[in-house]
Every structure is written in C-alpha cells, then in structure tokens.
Design a protein around this ligand. Sequence first.
Ligand code: SF4
Length: 276
Amino acid sequence: MAVGSQIEWTEATWNPTTGCTKISPGCKNCYAERLSKRLKSMGVKKYRNNFEFTEQPNDLTLPYSWKKSKRIFVNSMSDLFHEESRMEYIASCFHVMLDVERHQYQVLTKRSEKMKQFSDLFENFFGDIIPPHIWMGVSVENENYKYRIDDLRDTKCHTRFLSIEPLIGSVGKLNLQKIDWVIIGGESGYNYREVKKEWILEIIKQCKKQNVAVFFKQWGGIRPKSGGRIINGRIYDEYPKISSFDNILKEIAYDEKEFAKFCKSKLKEKSALLNI
Ligand code: SF4
C-alpha cells in the first residue's frame, strides 16, 4: 500500500489482499477495519468492498516497483491466510516475494494453522523451506493464543517472529525456541484496553533470558504514539539477526503457474481425504 509506514518496525506496507474477519479478542478494535471504512467513504476503489476479504491482484507486483531494499509488512489491512484466501493466490504472493529477493517481507497472521499448511506445500513443491528474507509471524494477544507460537515453530521457514500486540493480558511463560524476534505493543484507538507494565516486563525478561531480539513498539493510548515507547528508562529497538544464508531457491527455475496449481491441487486432495 505505501512506502514510509507509520508502523515503527517496518518500512513499507503491501496489501495484496484487503479485508478480514474477526477471529479472537485481539481483533476487537481492529485498526484495519476502521481504516477500511474510512477509505471506502473517501471513495478509494481498492476499499469498495469495505472490510470484506478481497484479493487485490492489481497490487501483486508492487514490490517490483521499490528499487531499494525495504522491510515490507505484508497485509497491514488483512490476513493473508484468511479462511477465504485461496492457496493458489497465496502462492502467487509468495512467488513475488521469492522473485523480488532484495526486500525483507514480514508476513503476520492470526491464522497460524493455515500458514503452517501452506509452508508444507511450499516445502513439497520446492524441496526446501521458506527462505530467510521472508519472515513468518503470528499475533498473540494473551495466553489463550499461545498455540499460534507452536504452529509458527512448525512452519517450514527460517525466520520467525511474534507480534504480541495488542497485549491485553499476561502471556505467562513463553517458549521462544526457534523464535527470532518479538514485538510488544499496547493497544491504541478510542476504545483502547490499557496494557499493564508487568505484562510487558515479563515478556522482555523472557526474551533476554532466551536470547531473542525484542522490540517494544508502544504503550498505546488514544493514538499509537500517546504513551511513547520508553519503558524503565530505555527503548527496546532490536531486530532479528538474520544470518547470511545461501538461498538455493533463487537458483531454482520454476513456473509460477505450476506452483499455484500445485497448491490448489494438493489442497483439494487433502480436503477429499478429510472428507470436507
Ligand atoms: S486478524 Fe488482524 S486484520 Fe483481521 S480482524 Fe483481526 S486484527 Fe483485524
């Protein structure tokens, strides 16, 4: 969608899909829903379906237009692994990410199971896992949704991150094995739910202990910047260390359409097996 994102931990946003459906308490005051309504009322064509899940094939090629390397948040206005998102369309999005390798992509979801399922298809097709410049992440808002971290651990990829935002309850004990980066943030907007300092500190402490990079994005409040981002006199501004890695996938010539077809057909086989 845009270069120069307001989101502290990224540099640009790319929305090859828009719209979503609320799935857990973290979605209650969804910023993407509010913004979609606003953009629709302003007559922005891309948001004519308001917050209904919509593929945006016209935006698929946007990363090609950014000549300098960027950190790109994939789908700030949606969830790529939404129930209605077709596996072949997801494959097309990944094709772009593989092809435009100069960027780093931050793919964040609350649909961790579908993400894991897609990563299996990816590995089956390429014979290798999702490369390190495509960071795969899950959102966790309180301790009831920590199962998404387990799904992320099982996702076939190199770089994994957590967005613990909006933090609306203690997450308790965290297993951060195989996790490279943790973002923490309080909620913002008129109906924001206040974050407790001890919830933030317990996460930071566990990141330090388990040697995981931590980024404290915001305290939250009416506006994202209302409370600032200093905690105990300091700013936590760390990023994952992505070791230089020989990406063998860039040597593989493959047909983009075959990849999409593969994802579609394998899913059909699986559905037939499960009788769904
Ligand atoms: S998953 Fe994300 S985009 Fe979708 S409704 Fe929830 S908060 Fe909004």
